[in-house]
Design a protein around this ligand. Structure first.
Ligand SMILES: Nc1ncnc2c1ncn2[C@@H]1O[C@H](COP(=O)(O)OP(=O)(O)O)[C@@H](O)[C@H]1O
Ligand SMILES: [Mg+2]
Length: 261
């Protein structure tokens, strides 16, 4: 049996956080069982309650760092239940250096560096013209953006990443810049090997290839059209911590019914 776990609202412990309210409603109306967890549980300092023994637990919530996810898996197991996604699969789709080698032909060329690397020299060596910079998980969302055209600019970008993200997760990923058509990016989910699109969209071939090559039971694939018409994977992510982006909560719940019915 599948059981969904949502972060609770800090003001009202009987409700899911507002951000997840529509998903909670759609999944429970579809007949799935669900319960709430506190920040303390996600931080690993409190046990989990209300998770039935024997079920497979799907988390729907904020992004978790490696240690946080490991601790979530542990508290789920202490209930006699199992995590739908094990830590290995979580990291496979959450960290770019893990999924990139499986789909290098479908996504911008990428090099991975330790945080202490001399990035100015590395970018000069690559000579790509423009570079998209992120850590293992996220890019910088401030006004300056994540694109570097002059290798020397990378130093201030990394400093800003440290400031706004608190820390660099894992290391630095340098991606070859590709010109995407604005607003062409769409999110797809792959659940138990089956790729699904939001209402009104069809699943592009690149997503089907991801479903064949990436062995996790639940992940997201973001796809954009490049200016030359090529269909490209921009990012892969763990399905549990991916926002719905263009999906209704009911379409999301229907996908789960199809996969488990
Ligand atoms: N290699 C690239 N070249 C140009 N633009 C990119 C590249 N990679 C990502 N982008 C743009 O930046 C946005 C954020 O990048 P993404 O890898 O999805 O990071 P995040 O994890 O922060 O969402 C994407 O939605 C896309 O529009
Ligand atoms: Mg993204």
């Amino acid at each position: 049996m599948i059981h969904f776990l949502f972060p609770r609202d800090s003001a009202d412990p009987h409700r899911p956080d507002e951000i997840f309210a529509d998903q909670w409603a759609a999944l429970t109306e579809a007949g799935f069982s669900a319960s709430l967890c506190s920040d303390a549980t996600l931080a690993g300092t409190k046990p989990l309650r209300d998770v039935p023994a024997g079920c497979r637990v799907v988390y729907r919530g904020w992004t978790l760092k490696r240690e946080e996810y490991e601790s979530l898996v542990r508290v789920i197991e202490q209930c006699g239940a199992t995590a739908f996604t094990q830590t290995k699969e979580y990291l496979l789709t959450h960290h770019l250096p893990n999924w990139y080698p499986l789909i290098p032909d479908l996504t911008p060329e990428t090099r991975v560096y330790p945080v202490e690397a001399d990035l100015v020299a590395e970018l000069q060596g690559l000579g790509w013209g423009a570079y998209f910079i992120k850590d293992y998980v996220k890019s910088l969302k401030t006004a300056r953006g994540a694109i570097v055209r002059e290798p020397s600019e990378v130093t201030s970008l990394i400093a800003e990443m440290r400031e706004y993200r608190g820390e660099i997760e894992g290391g630095i990923c340098v991606r070859r810049f590709e010109e995407f058509v604005p607003a062409s990016e769409k999110r797809y989910f792959v659940l138990r090997g089956v790729a699904s699109a939001a209402e009104g969209l069809t699943v592009p071939n690149v997503v089907k290839l991801c479903a064949e090559r990436i062995h996790s039971d639940f992940f997201s694939v973001d796809v954009a059209r490049r200016q030359d018409g090529a269909v490209r994977v921009v990012e892969v992510g763990d399905g549990q911590v991916s926002d719905l982006v263009g999906w209704s909560a009911t379409a999301f719940a229907k996908m789960w019914l199809r996969a488990t019915g």
